[in-house]
Design a protein. Structure first.
Length: 142
């Protein structure tokens, strides 16, 4: 029997909201994908598209960027900047031959541990249906 594919997901989480929501989900023993690797960033706007591409080139099957709800950013307009920046990410992924649905931008506040669990599990299910990152087969991948 072949091993079941479990997607490798990288999550860039805002320190003030989404990372706190992940902590709340853990405290409440809510289910979160075991293959989710979290990276704490001060703001969703601090995630450069090059960081996202690097995650895919290193074999991530999906990338999630999560931040404060628009209007609630601790840096005032950071999440608006993130939303504009990552609107172009879908086109960049297609240039690399990746399905743009391998990327997700979500707004999750510190009090939404349940939502964090739901978003990450739904995203993991979606990536499982898409299968492994096709860039994994490329010779330049470590």
């Amino acid at each position: 029997m072949a091993d079941k594919f479990e997607p490798n997901i990288v999550g860039f989480l805002c320190n003030w909201c989404s990372y706190a929501a992940a902590d709340l989900a853990g405290s409440n023993k809510l289910e979160v994908p075991a293959t989710l690797t979290t990276i704490r960033v001060m703001c969703s706007s601090r995630v450069d598209p090059v960081m996202l591409l690097s995650a895919y080139l290193r074999g991530a099957d999906g990338v999630l960027v999560a931040g404060c709800h628009p209007g609630d950013c601790h840096y005032q307009t950071g999440n608006y900047l993130a939303r504009r920046r990552f609107a172009l990410m879908h086109k960049i992924l297609e240039t690399f031959g990746l399905d743009s649905n391998r990327f997700r931008l979500s707004w999750i506040s510190a009090s939404e541990g349940k939502r964090f669990s739901e978003v990450t599990n739904e995203f993991a299910e979606h990536i499982t249906k898409l299968g492994p990152n096709p860039l994994r087969k490329m010779p330049f991948i470590e």
